[in-house]
Design a protein around this ligand. Structure first.
Ligand code: ATP
Ligand code: MG
Ligand code: MG
Ligand code: MG
Length: 479
């Protein structure tokens, strides 16, 4: 089944259950001081959950563009290394605003997966919330009883607060959830190790696909839970993961959502996947990050030195760096993939088609300027190496390269290691730490070049940007 059809079947199924199909809301948020990007399908409906207004229909369904690169849900560092976390992904959802609750949510999820998509019941596991003393919450017995109508008790697992209590951020609507996991290992592997023991263990083939959240509470600023005025259902299914399951492949990148991009990257770079892990990771990073950046630009968020724009710039630079380091791309090339992406996704997301030229131009310019920085950094690094006796480069020098020239330290480490050299990482970390402290203190008194991003939990340093107009901008944000 093609991905287009998989998406369409989801929406049609819930339409048949009296839901209105609505388009995805933007992925980049402009007016929310607590969040930069839509990180789950429920975000556009937050106000409805809080009781501020009701939609025309109390049942909606959609496929929402999500981005998980900051705040409570930040998957950036996983992306490329595993085969099932993306920065940008689609979350298929069905919604009840004070309408149906656990029974329908569970019965319909089961019906859709096993009768419409025909997933083998014996490959499914479900989890329910085990309760939490600190929050004064009991085990979700209702969900357990409802699942027992469909599935044997040894396939219903207790889950802790981390996995089975969904929260958008440090504050806001939240509630216990029940998740569906699919075991797509071979029969031989299944016979060796019980799938049950692999649920929620980061196994690439025993994978969470759908989260049914029973929205009942509002997490207040002081950490306490208040009951919401009504009970709601918020579900989110990872579209790319569902495609992996239904297309019988073992990686999201082997579904038709990604293969056109993957093949195009192979053609442009002449590197082939499946031989060397670092090549595979780099190709996945480029394919993934291109989507995140293209969708952001289509939403009107260009890479920049501020807030959300800076996060987007970092994602693109991560892709450029992976290309530069592992795919030998010394010239701009990521912009060339936009055409393929638009062909693949432009029907479902017409904003991509509309903004295609802008996306191409912006990415090409960004690639151009960052590649120049990388080239300059390499020359400086070569000089450093030439002047060094012994095989350890000073941490101060590497820090200067990073701090003043924007040359990433992990890249420095990699290049040095290729020449049998190292740098004094301990000293580098000390300097980095001092820099962070200076940034924090200075931000208390200065404004101007300082940008404080309010995201949704603790403060996290996100880096320097020295590339524009020789102004050093140090920034950090709340995450
Ligand atoms: P995981 O445990 O795999 O990180 P999650 O529990 O953080 O997923 P939820 O917040 O429950 O994810 O989101 C609902 C669904 O969205 C998940 O069941 C999964 O199918 C999908 N999903 C979550 N994060 C990602 C991601 N980074 N890339 C692709 N799909 C994702
Ligand atoms: Mg996660
Ligand atoms: Mg999870
Ligand atoms: Mg989950």
């Amino acid at each position: 089944m093609k991905s287009q059809e998989i998406r369409a079947k989801f929406l049609a199924f819930f339409e048949s259950k009296k839901h209105d199909i609505v388009p995805s809301a933007p992925m980049v948020l402009k007016d929310d001081p607590t969040l930069m990007f839509t990180n789950a399908g429920m975000v556009p409906f937050k106000e409805y959950f809080l009781g501020n207004g009701t939609p025309k229909n109390t049942r909606l369904t959609d496929s929402q563009k999500c981005l998980r690169v900051s705040g409570k849900h930040n998957d950036l560092e996983e992306v490329g290394k595993d085969t099932y976390h993306h920065t940008m992904f689609e979350m298929l959802g069905n919604w009840s605003f004070g309408d149906y609750f656990k029974k329908e949510a569970i019965d319909w999820a089961w019906e859709l997966l096993t009768e419409v998509y025909n997933i083998d019941k014996n490959s499914l596991y479900v989890t329910i919330f085990e309760g939490d003393k600190a929050d004064g919450l009991d085990r979700d017995q209702d969900a357990y009883d409802l699942w027992r109508n469909h599935i044997s008790e040894d396939r219903i697992l207790n889950g802790n607060k981390k996995d089975n209590f969904w929260e958008m951020g440090a504050q806001g609507p939240c509630g216990p959830c029940s998740e569906i996991h699919v075991d797509i290992r071979s029969e031989e592997e299944k016979a060796k190790v019980d799938g049950k023991s692999l649920v929620n263990q980061d196994h690439p083939l025993v994978i969470e696909v759908w989260n049914l959240v029973f929205m009942q509470f509002n997490r207040m600023a002081d950490g306490s839970l208040e009951k919401l005025p009504a009970q709601h259902v918020d579900t989110g299914m990872g579209f790319e993961r569902l495609c992996m399951v239904l297309q019988g492949v073992q990686s999201n990148y082997d579904t038709d959502v990604f293969t056109p991009l993957m093949r195009e990257i192979e053609t442009i770079t002449s590197f082939k996947c499946g031989h060397k892990e670092e090549t595979d990771v780099a190709v996945r990073v480029v394919a993934d990050h291109l989507r995140a950046v293209a969708f952001s630009i289509a939403d009107g968020q260009l890479p920049s030195s501020n807030t959300a724009g800076y996060v987007i710039r970092r994602i693109l630079r991560r892709a450029i760096r992976y290309g530069y380091t592992f795919l030998n791309t010394k010239e701009p090339f990521i912009y060339k993939l936009v055409n393929t992406l638009v062909k693949q996704m432009g029907e479902a997301f017409p904003e991509l088609k509309r903004e295609k030229n802008l996306i191409v131009n912006v990415i090409r310019e960004e690639e151009h300027s960052f590649l120049r920085t990388l080239d300059q950094g390499l020359i400086l690094l070569d000089n450093m190496v030439a002047k060094t006796t012994g095989d350890i480069i000073s941490g101060d020098k590497v820090f200067e390269l990073y701090d003043t020239y924007g040359f990433p330290d992990d890249l420095t480490g990699l290049i040095l290691s290729e020449q049998g050299l190292k740098y004094d990482k301990e000293r580098f970390d000390v300097l980095l730490d001092e820099q962070k402290k200076r940034s924090r203190n200075a931000s208390l008194v200065e404004t101007g070049d300082w940008t404080v991003l309010i995201d949704d939990s603790e403060e996290e340093f996100i880096g320097y940007d020295t590339l524009e107009a020789n102004v050093k901008i140090t920034r950090y944000r709340k995450t």
